[in-house]
Design a protein around this ligand. Structure first.
Ligand code: NAP
Length: 480
């Protein structure tokens, strides 16, 4: 049995009402945990970890595989829930669920790959009698804090590897999208995973965050979210491991020899997937001077043709922003850029919390929109004349998550990929390309550490060394 903190179990005073950002209708409610609930969750997790720190690997692996199977069986219900509580269209939500099944399967497999090595201790003079090895051990209690934009798969990217590595996990999902996470956690209750190894605590980060983050019994914070919250967590966490998956303003560079149709398709999808509320969103499209006008015209045509509307309609390409405040913040960034001389190539319009696909050019590099993550459906087009200029422009921000390059020239691809200061470079794909098995994370202000199931499982474990000093004088008292 897995404990999910629900009202009758933990006496939670308030509730969080989850609203559909499309029409404000109520999708569900979850308890709003207090600081005392957060402390109790850490108590419970610590005790559960002590009880089950030697839980056999096969039990952890089976639980993860079983949840992957159950999730696949309930994929349509999960997809509809993601599409209702958050910003994704039903097609985007289905894709997220399929990826989440894979993330959990990978986590189940990773259990058997968390191995150690023998150590040749006799390489050091005087250590000839020693033999030993290292193996991976769990950290203990891991707190996983997740954002709203991928409310299911980013949860799986934390709880999957954490369970694979043998930890006790406390999940704190985003307050605006906790329902698909809650349903996922409830699937674990149908497996053999012991109670307390996975808890979900719903509540405002501003209320319970500090209690969870600063508790010394918590050995790791795995955080995905914005830079400001990330900085705050880092400042108060104390001595513990931190994984920080933060934002970006990803560049995609299109060279004149690129396959233009491929570059257009990938850039449009990367720019407007999840209405741009995506850490890999194509925020800056760097186009060679010779192709700029033609590419810009086609890009705007495609952006304007996207169907913005009802998330649950299969024909819809793009949904709303998470709330009106986020849409207004984006509008202010666009207005500021336009006031500073930027050209509006298409869009620029807000209706409630829907922001229509927007393309800007001639943006003053000192504008906030040129430096900050927009986290919405706005892409800035920039020109370049040389490989060096493209690299310099791409590297000019304090972010470095992923980048895309479109070229048929291998030499350019290698040179630019090496020079880009970021965690991943996709050649002939947009910055938005990702599979769940690959290492994933950023440089500079985009974060610390790497996710991707195998990498996260290693970050969520420690190495323990064992060394046996074999005394020749000590023998076994046997009759051999
Ligand atoms: P956010 O506002 O930073 O919230 C993220 C999480 O932090 C939420 O669960 C939030 O809880 C919690 N939180 C808030 N204050 C906290 C505190 N004092 N202590 C502990 N936790 C606290 O981010 P968001 O708007 O959900 O997500 C957007 C950001 O995430 C963007 O910057 C995006 O690029 C980034 N992101 C990065 C990746 C990546 O892999 N690099 C992936 C996806 C998104 P409440 O909801 O209760 O406030």
């Amino acid at each position: 049995m897995v404990m999910t903190i629900v009202e009758n179990e933990v006496q939670i005073p308030g509730q969080i009402v989850v609203l559909d950002p499309q029409d404000g209708s109520t999708v569900g409610t979850v308890p709003a945990a207090s600081k005392a609930d957060a402390e109790r969750a850490v108590d419970f997790a610590s005790r559960a970890f002590e009880s089950y720190r030697t839980l056999p690997a096969n039990v952890r692996s089976s639980a993860l595989a079983e949840v992957a199977k159950l999730l696949h069986e309930e994929r349509e219900e999960f997809s509809r829930l993601i599409a209702r509580e958050g910003i994704k269209t039903i097609r985007e939500a289905r894709r997220e669920v399929a990826r989440c099944v894979n993330t959990l399967k990978l986590s189940a497999e990773e259990v058997s790959r968390l191995t150690g090595e023998t150590i040749p201790f006799d390489q050091a003079e005087g250590s000839e009698n020693r033999v030993g090895y290292y193996r991976r051990i769990p950290l203990g209690v891991v707190v996983a804090i997740t954002p709203f934009n991928d409310p299911l798969n980013l949860v799986a990217h934390k709880i999957g590897p954490a369970i694979a590595a043998g930890n006790a996990v406390i999940l704190k999902p985003h307050s605006e999208t906790p329902l698909s996470a809650q349903r996922l956690v409830n699937l674990f209750a149908r497996t053999g995973l012991p109670a307390g190894l996975l808890q979900m605590l719903t509540g405002r980060g501003s209320e319970i965050g500090d209690t969870l983050v600063s508790d010394p019994r918590v050995r790791m914070i795995s955080f995905t979210g914005g830079k400001d919250v990330g900085k705050h967590i880092q400042a108060i966490a104390g001595v513990k491991k931190l994984a920080m998956e933060l934002g970006s303003s990803c560049p995609v560079i299109v060279f004149p020899d690129a396959d233009e149709a491929l570059a257009l398709d990938a850039s449009i999808s990367g720019a407007f997937w999840a209405a741009g509320q995506n850490c890999l969103h194509v925020q800056r499209l760097l186009l060679h001077e010779t192709i700029f006008d033609d590419f810009a015209r086609q890009f705007c045509q495609r952006a304007t043709a996207l169907r913005v509307g009802n998330k649950l309609d299969d024909a819809t390409d793009m949904g709303p922003m998470i709330n009106e405040q986020a849409a207004k913040k984006l509008e202010a960034l666009v207005v500021d850029a336009l006031d500073s001389g930027a050209s509006l190539l298409c869009g620029g319009r807000r209706q409630g919390n829907v922001f229509f696909p927007t393309v800007l050019a001639n943006v003053d590099p000192t504008c906030a929109i040129a430096e900050e993550e927009v986290f919405g459906p706005v892409t800035i087009l920039e020109r370049f004349n040389s490989v060096e200029e493209a690299i310099a422009k791409a590297n000019s921000v304090d972010h470095g998550l992923q980048a895309g390059i479109f070229t048929r020239d291998l030499n350019i691809a290698f040179r630019v990929a090496d020079a880009l200061d970021c965690g991943g470079v996709m050649i002939n794909d947009s910055s938005d390309f990702r599979i769940d098995a690959m290492p994933f994370g950023g440089t500079k202000g985009s974060g610390i550490g790497r996710e991707g199931v195998a990498h996260a499982a290693r970050e969520m474990s420690d190495v323990k060394t064992y060394c046996f000093n074999l005394q020749q004088s000590v023998g076994c008292e046997t009759d051999l």
